[in-house]
Design a protein around this ligand. Structure first.
Ligand code: NDP
Length: 331
């Protein structure tokens, strides 16, 4: 592709270990090789973006770099014809925003098979309210449903409930008629979680460490976004035949458990990856989010920021002070 268009990007530079992000003028000719050039109208803020912007080598190896693991906008050049020029697309995961320049720039160039066609009736801003976190919540719900989860089986727990994944999981499950028990360390978020549809909000002590290999089973199914000890304790409280979708590790990557919940209660542990899965699997969940699984309350509460506000917004993420869904609007 030979396009030569100047654009604005929030670019992070490495000044001897001091990582600084600022607006810069770039040229589409400088973007990496790829099938599809996209004019990005909106992106979404994720913890991973904050890691990239602060120089985490686990996320981004080379600087200068434009973060942004989520992007949505219009296709302006397409070497493959699919997606077509003029169509709106969503790009999340794969290498976007990690070592491929991401959605914090007004343009990205990516492989065609990273692009999900925008669901009918949806727009880029709405898609970016959900972003990777919403997609992940949807994938967690979908895995539970695939295993046969039904509201009449009993209560569904969501841990890390006030987080980006947790809030969307609570709202989707509640909309689907499940009785949702939100497990949250933030007592001041209890009212918000009930507003999203949680029937009950429990503190993190509901998943405090116990010696016993099994506890009284109280949840039919669950979505765990935190990992570690809370996940091990959750597994002990799942009713026979129930399932737990897992996606996160904020409470620890280590899972110390026994086989007892699995061999005595037949429960299922379902891993969820939103990054490297086939495009069709992402597309299926995006279509659900734009239709039956729409989260009206999450959509209504989203906040838009401009590029110049990225620095403070990303720093808030790193301090654990970020709340609600934040959309980057390039306009
Ligand atoms: P957030 O930071 O928005 O939320 C995480 C929530 O977990 C917090 O709000 C808090 O909720 C709870 N929490 C934080 N620290 C602890 C702790 N030490 N012990 C117990 N609970 C804690 O993150 P996201 O919702 O965006 O992501 C959740 C997890 O999912 C992360 O680990 C993230 O990396 C992962 N993830 C995985 C993806 C995948 O593809 N597998 C994609 C996206 C995210 P509360 O105060 O309510 O308890």
């Amino acid at each position: 592709m030979t396009s030569n268009t100047e654009f604005q990007a929030w670019r992070v530079e490495d000044h001897d270990g001091d990582f600084q992000g600022a607006e810069q003028t770039l040229n589409t000719a400088d973007l990496p090789e790829g099938d599809v050039l996209i004019r990005v109208s909106h992106s979404s803020l994720n913890y991973k973006d904050a890691l990239s912007a602060s120089g985490s080598k686990a996320v981004t190896r080379k600087f200068p770099h434009t973060p942004g693991i989520d992007a949505a906008g219009e296709v302006v050049e397409s070497a493959t014809g699919t997606p077509a020029v003029g169509s709106q697309v969503i790009v999340t995961g794969y290498d976007l925003g990690m070592n491929t320049d991401g959605g914090f720039g007004e343009y990205i160039r990516v492989p065609a098979d990273w692009c999900v066609t925008m669901p009918d009736g949806w727009d880029a801003r709405t898609a970016m309210i959900y972003g990777t976190a919403g997609l992940t919540a949807g994938l967690c719900v979908q895995k539970l449903l695939t295993m046969g989860a039904k509201p009449e089986q009993g209560r569904v727990a969501v841990s890390g409930a006030s987080g980006a994944v947790g809030t969307v999981a609570v709202e989707i499950l509640s909309n689907l008629g499940f009785e949702v028990v939100a497990i949250s360390g933030k007592a001041d978020k209890a009212a918000d979680l009930k507003e999203l549809g949680a029937a009950e909000v429990l503190g993190r002590d509901a998943l405090a460490e116990e010696k016993k290999p099994l506890l009284k089973p109280v949840f039919a199914n669950a979505i765990d976004t935190v990992g570690g000890t809370p996940l091990a304790e959750l597994l002990k409280q799942i009713l026979p035949g129930g399932s737990v979708s897992i996606c996160g590790l904020v409470a620890g990557a280590q899972l110390n458990t026994t086989v007892m919940p699995f061999i005595l209660r037949g429960i299922n542990l379902l891993g969820v990856d939103s990054v490297e899965i086939p495009l069709a699997d992402k597309a299926a969940v995006w279509h659900k989010l734009s239709g039956d699984w729409k989260c009206a309350k999450t959509e209504a509460s989203a906040r838009d920021i401009a590029r110049k506000e990225l620095d403070s917004a990303l720093k808030a993420f790193l301090k654990g002070e970020s709340a609600g869904k934040i959309v980057l609007d390039h306009a």
